[in-house]
Design a protein around this ligand. Structure first.
Ligand SMILES: [Zn+2]
Length: 311
């Protein structure tokens, strides 16, 4: 009991500390993974203290929460998740923590892609999200389309305003400024991709994280692994993809920051192409890395993708 009280106090200390300086207390917010954590920071600014559960370079698909994560959720006044089956471990964490506050689903209102509508490159749909989502196979990576990212930001701004109504006008102003940047970035990505000859707009990555990006910006993404990272592709799937690479002369082959690189390296070797770098798919980089924010992630990825597609 004593230890638990001390732990609670130590977690609450940053907020108590600011309150003691007669400043407005910051709103403790938990975000399930790093991209949402950045969005909450952009909208919340100095008014929020964000705790990101699955941090930089961490694979949120197969994430295993720690006891300290349950404590952080318990202390929160708002929890933000992606939804679409990406971070369903958070639901268990919320239940075990006893948290009873608001939970915002950032992807609410976006049109989900399913693998049936998408680019099935021969991997089986059973690569979906473990057990509960294997049949429906919704693609959770909606943030890879900046239009969806804008919807995420609006949902987050509304949730922050509801959790902290006294600062609603600041959240709204921060969100407007951030949305303007994302609109401009969306235009930049479109223009960059349009500079690539249409027949060259094809890329190989580790897992199917770029379906929304592909649909929004007109790039075909091929992957040996499905929309989750919890199963390895079969030898036949990899062999089929290697044949496709050779037939279509695809040279844009990329690793991802949170996925095991072994399959991709072997695939590139056998297809006789070099890996062109590391894309940020499901997690941001550390603060000193090339994709420390949602915006930086797009600039980094597009900065690698476009020259590689041009060949
Ligand atoms: Zn993923």
């Amino acid at each position: 009991m004593q230890r638990r009280t001390l732990l609670a106090l130590s977690l609450a200390a940053p907020f108590l500390g600011r309150a003691a300086q007669a400043q407005p207390a910051t709103l403790p917010v938990v975000a399930s993974f790093s991209i949402l954590g950045d969005m909450v920071k952009q909208v919340g600014g100095a008014l929020v203290a964000v705790r990101t559960i699955a941090g930089p370079d961490v694979d949120a698909h197969s994430f295993q929460p720690r006891p300290s994560d349950a404590e952080a959720v318990r202390q929160a006044r708002l929890v933000v998740r992606n939804g679409l089956g990406f971070d369903s471990w958070l639901d268990r964490l919320i239940r075990s923590s006893g948290y009873g506050g608001p939970v915002a689903t950032a992807s609410q209102g976006v049109t989900p892609r399913s693998m049936e509508h998408g680019h099935d490159h021969g991997h089986s749909h059973s690569h979906g999200h473990g057990h509960s989502h294997a049949a429906g196979a919704q693609d959770p990576h909606a943030w890879q389309d900046l239009k969806n990212g804008q919807a995420y930001v609006r949902t987050i701004a509304a949730a922050l305003s509801e959790a902290d109504p006294a600062n609603a006008s600041t959240y709204a102003a921060n969100a407007e400024a951030y949305l303007a940047k994302l609109v401009a970035l969306d235009g930049w990505v479109k223009a960059e991709v349009e500079s690539v000859p249409q027949a060259r707009r094809a890329v190989v990555t580790s897992h199917d994280a770029f379906g929304y990006f592909g649909a929004a910006y007109g790039v075909e993404f091929l992957a040996p692994q499905g929309i989750s990272t919890d199963s390895e592709p079969s030898a036949a799937q990899v062999a089929r993809l290697i044949r496709l690479l050779k037939q279509r002369n695809i040279t844009a082959v990329f690793l991802e920051n949170m996925a095991n690189p072994a399959t991709l390296r072997r695939l590139a070797d056998e297809a006789g192409v070099t890996v062109k770098g590391r894309l940020y798919a499901d997690a941001l980089s550390a603060a000193d890395g090339p994709a420390a924010t949602y915006e930086a992630m797009f600039r980094h990825n597009v900065g690698l993708l476009v020259p590689a597609m041009k060949g």
